[in-house]
Design a protein around this ligand. Sequence first.
Ligand code: 3PG
Ligand code: MG
Length: 397
Amino acid sequence: MTDFHTYDFNGKRALIRVDFNVPLDKTTYEITDDTRIRAAIPTIQHVLKQGGSVVLMSHLGRPKEGYEERFSLDHIVKHASDLLGVPVQFATDCIGKEANEMSANLKPGEVLLLENLRFYKQETAGTESFAEMLSKHGDVYVNDAFGTAHRAHASTTVVAKFFPNEKMFGLLLESEIKSVNKVLNSNEKPLTAIVGGAKVSSKITIIERLLDKVDNLIVGGGMAYTFVKAQGGQVGNSLVEDDCLYIAREVIAKAKANNVNLYIPVDTVIADKFDNDAERKEVNINEIPDGWMGLDTGSQTSKDCREIILNSKLILWNGPMGVFEMENFQTGTKDIALAIVDATKNGAFSLIGGGDSVAAINKFNLADQVSYVSTGGGAMLEYLEGKELPGIAAILS
Ligand code: 3PG
Ligand code: MG
C-alpha cells in the first residue's frame, strides 16, 4: 500500500473510485443530496494541486442491463464541476476507444468522469478482464469509495491487483476508517452506542459486537418493542419480531454479564395507525393497548438518553429512535441528535453512521455539529459488524 499523503502525483493520472451513488429527483434528475460528492472533493483537489490528472469512476443506482438514462452519471457532471471549480469531462462509456482516448489525453489539472460502471454486468461480477480495461485509465489507483467498500466489484476490489505498488486509500476512505476505529478501538470512556432501526434481526451482529466494547448501549426504534415484549411488556400492535425474542433475552443477559448499561426505552408515543395524522398519546412502553403501536420514544426516554449521552466521551449512533420521516413521530430521534450535538460541544467524539441516522441528522440540519457523519450505509454496517470490507482489504493486501 502507498500513502496518499506522501505520493507524488505530479504528471500522474490517478484513477479514483468514488461513490457518486447519490439520490436524484425522479423526473428532473437533479441531485437531492450531494454529501457523497462533496466528501470526495478534497481527494480530487489534492491530486490536481500536485500537477496530476484525475479519472473518476463510480456506479449510480442498480441498473439491470446496459444503459438507462436515469442511471447516467451525466447527471452529476455539472454539479461536480461546480464543486471542483474545474470543468469535468465526461466519457459516455467507461471502457472502449473513446474513454481510452480521453483518459490518455488528460493534461495535468484535468478531470474526466467515466459513465456508470454498472452498465456492465462485469462490474458487479468482479470480472478480471473488465477490471484490467478500467486499470488502463490510470497510472495509480485510489479507492475513495467508502460507501461501496463492502462490494467485491471490479472497480472497488479487483482493479487493485493491476496496481500492486501504486494503490492507496483516498482521504475520505482514510477518514472513515479512522473515525470508526476511534470509536471502536479507543480507550476513552464512557463509550455509548445508540442503535435504533426497525429490526433486531438486521442489527443483532452489531449489537453483539458492541456489547464487548461499550459502556452504554441504548436500544431504540422499532426493535425496542421486541426487547419490551421479551421482558413481558404489553406492546399492543407495535412492530415485534417474535422469532427474535430469545435474541433480545440473550442480549439482555450478555449486557449484564459484560457490565454494560443496556438502556431500553421506558416510554413511547403510540398511534392508532401508521400515519402522521394518527391519534397520538404518550404511555409507559410496557403498557401499549391493543390497537395501538409505538412509533416514537417518549419524553422520559429522551431525558434519560440525554443524560447518558452527555456523560459520554465517545458516541456512536446508528439507526433512528422512531419513524422520524413523519413530522409527528420525529421528536425522539431529534432529541438524540440534539443531545449528541451538545455532547460534541462538550468535547465528546461523535460518529453518525449507517443510512437512516445519517438521513435524520441531515433532516435536522445538524450534520455539521457532530464529529463525523459517515458516507457509508451498508459499508458502515458491515464495518461495525467486524467484517473485512473487500475494498479495504484489496488496498492493504
Ligand atoms: C450504497 O449506496 O449502498 C453504495 O453506493 C453501494 O450501492 P449498492 O448497495 O447498490 O451496492
Ligand atoms: Mg446499499
